[in-house]
Design a protein around this ligand. Structure first.
Ligand code: NAD
Ligand code: TDX
Length: 335
């Protein structure tokens, strides 16, 4: 499917956006344009080696109306990954989250409305708030929005803008809310790559609070295949939750990483907890699986972690330039 498509991927130099660009190049015949502001979170090396005839990279801000309009023109679809993505940063400086996640999404929506381009909106399970550890329910497409942080509230607001543009202006759009991603090319500020690169550096991993917080992990490649499925076969105006039944508490993830990397399971430090730290996320992806027949491929989390450890071990030049500054920022926050 997807023959002759010209797809604009915003945030395509970030973690999940670049995974989607690689997925498109490897598994489809789509022409790809990346629009990225190249913030601290982008990495040019994430797009290195892709065929120039398939991928064009534009440097620009999605909140800049002229840049967004010019980028959207001529494409058959826009997939909007660009965002400020890190909860800890949003607690220390929320402004860029409002500018990019809210104003940026608004600006892009106006461009797709004008050019009548199909739009897919990338969002997160964090819009639903958090669950108790013993709650038998998981998030579904009908769970009420209840975001906790500046990050998740701006993502929730961006989802609502999309719904309003569908209802009021009839844009052709879908939304997906995905659980926590892991895999190659994730910034070292995030939990799993931070701990892997700490251990590689001989530094003890750093667990927030007690570590009983649960995240529902999915490999970024499975996220990409789900987005491609929804883009081509999803019903317009609908929301789909993406998840791979990967619930784990943070303590277990740190212990497993230590063991997989040949260290004692207790060789970590507990540090200051995140203010307002969401307790548990859990996704029920029944709608996506039954309606569109999507299934995740990375169902063995230990194997996925092992592969991810191998990637960071083999690709130090990719992450080393960000490591010291990231840890310096965390040190200032007692984390
Ligand atoms: P990331 O921080 O790794 O990458 C974000 C990218 O967006 C970077 O390349 C950055 O330069 C770019 N960007 C930021 N502001 C921009 C702007 N104003 N204009 C153009 N480009 C801009 O983020 P990620 O983890 O890859 O997340 C991508 C998307 O997926 C986000 O929308 C995020 O909310 C969503 N999401 C992430 C996860 C996760 O676990 N990481 C889970 C569910 C949903
Ligand atoms: O050093 C750490 N120690 C630690 O215990 C870090 C960086 C995090 N944590 C904890 C906090 C969370 O419970 O690990 C868990 C995961 O933290 P993050 O990697 O910061 O992710 P999270 O806050 O869960 O949000 C992620 O998933 C949903 C992405 O960053 C979001 O963009 C996405 O929407």
């Amino acid at each position: 499917s997807g023959s002759g498509q010209r797809i604009l991927v915003t945030g395509g130099a970030g973690f999940i956006g670049s995974a989607f660009v690689h997925h498109l190049v490897e598994h489809t015949d789509a022409q790809v344009t990346v629009l990225d502001k190249f913030t601290y979170a982008a990495n040019e090396a994430s797009l290195a080696g892709l065929p120039a005839g398939r991928v064009t990279v534009l440097r620009g801000d999605v909140a800049d109306a002229a840049a967004a309009d010019a980028a959207v023109a001529g494409h058959t679809a826009v997939v909007h990954y660009a965002a400020e993505s890190h909860n800890d940063n949003s607690l220390h400086g929320p402004r860029p989250f409002v500018d990019t996640n809210l104003v940026g999404t608004y600006t892009l929506l106006e461009a797709v409305r004008k050019h009548e381009v199909r739009y897919h909106h990338i969002s997160t399970d964090e819009v639903y708030g958090d669950l108790e550890l013993d709650d038998p329910r998981r998030f579904t497409e009908t769970t009420p929005y209840n975001p906790s942080s500046p990050y998740s509230s701006t993502k929730a607001g961006s989802d609502l803008l999309v719904r309003a543009w569908v209802r009021s202006f009839g844009i052709r759009a879908t939304i997906s809310n995905c659980s926590n991603n892991y895999g190659p090319r994730q910034h070292v500020e995030k939990f799993i790559p931070r701990q892997i690169t700490n251990i590689l550096d001989g530094v003890r991993p750093r667990l927030y609070g007690t570590g009983r917080n649960v995240r529902d992990w999915i490999h970024a490649e499975d996220h990409s295949s789900a987005v491609w499925t929804i883009l081509n076969r999803g019903r317009l105006g609908e929301t789909y939750l993406i998840g791979a039944d990967g619930e784990r508490d943070n303590l277990t993830v740190i212990q497993d990483l230590l063991e997989l990397m040949g260290r004692p399971r207790d060789a970590f430090d507990q540090v200051t907890d995140r203010p307002g730290h969401d307790l548990r996320y859990a996704i029920d992806s029944t709608k996506l699986r039954t309606e569109l027949g999507w299934l995740p491929k990375f169902t063995d989390f230990q194997a996925g972690l092992q592969e991810t450890i191998g990637w960071y071990r083999d690709n130090e030049p990719w992450w080393r330039p960000q490591k010291a500054a990231t840890e310096a920022r965390y040190r200032q926050q007692g984390q």
